[in-house]
Design a protein around this ligand. Structure first.
Ligand SMILES: [Zn+2]
Length: 181
């Protein structure tokens, strides 16, 4: 699978995709949510096609990458998989996946034990899945919801694209070994 080099990439289209325009600012999560509101929010966030994920898919497709989504055969069912680059991408909500050091992460003041168990459980599974994927030779990239905010999105997507354009991880590793010998 890794012998095809960068064949997954069509010519780079550039950053003409109006990514910032596609994102509206989101209200921050506070404890003022009622149970019903919170579960509605939960359903939205957990639905298969979350907005940040759609945005990312549109951007990567526009830039010539062949994607597969929600690939069940891989650990953690990655949101986006670029098979020729052997790269699995998770698009994670900062609250649900406990983004370290992020102001969107943290535990609500009510039902603390419930939320701690839930959120730390997600984060634990994330770590386990990332480790399993890496062991299978996959590059794993996490794109956090906060990184897709209007002020940061361009930088994040540019660096993501650069990583994908570098080809599958095995090739990088082989190159590193060659320079050592
Ligand atoms: Zn975050």
């Amino acid at each position: 699978m890794s012998t095809g080099g960068n064949s997954c990439l069509l010519p780079f289209v550039g950053s003409s995709f109006p990514i910032s325009a596609a994102i509206e600012s989101e209200p921050s999560m506070t404890d003022t949510f009622t149970t019903a509101e919170r579960s509605r929010l939960m359903a939205q966030i957990r639905s298969v096609d979350t907005r940040p994920e759609k945005l990312l898919r549109a951007f990567l497709s526009k830039n010539g990458l062949c994607l597969k989504t929600h690939v069940r055969i891989l650990p953690g069912k990655p949101d986006i998989v670029v098979f020729p680059c052997r790269t699995a991408i998770f698009v994670n909500g900062c609250f649900w996946h406990n983004h370290a050091g992020c102001k969107r992460a943290g535990f609500p003041a009510t039902r603390v034990d419930f939320w701690r168990r839930k959120i730390l459980g997600n984060a634990f599974r994330d770590r386990r899945n990332r480790a399993a994927l890496r062991k299978l030779g996959w590059r794993v990239i996490t794109v956090w919801q906060c990184q897709l905010a209007p002020k940061k999105v361009e930088q994040r997507l540019t660096s993501l694209l650069a990583t994908l354009r570098s080809g599958p991880p095995e090739e990088n590793e082989r190159a590193a070994r060659k320079t050592k010998n």
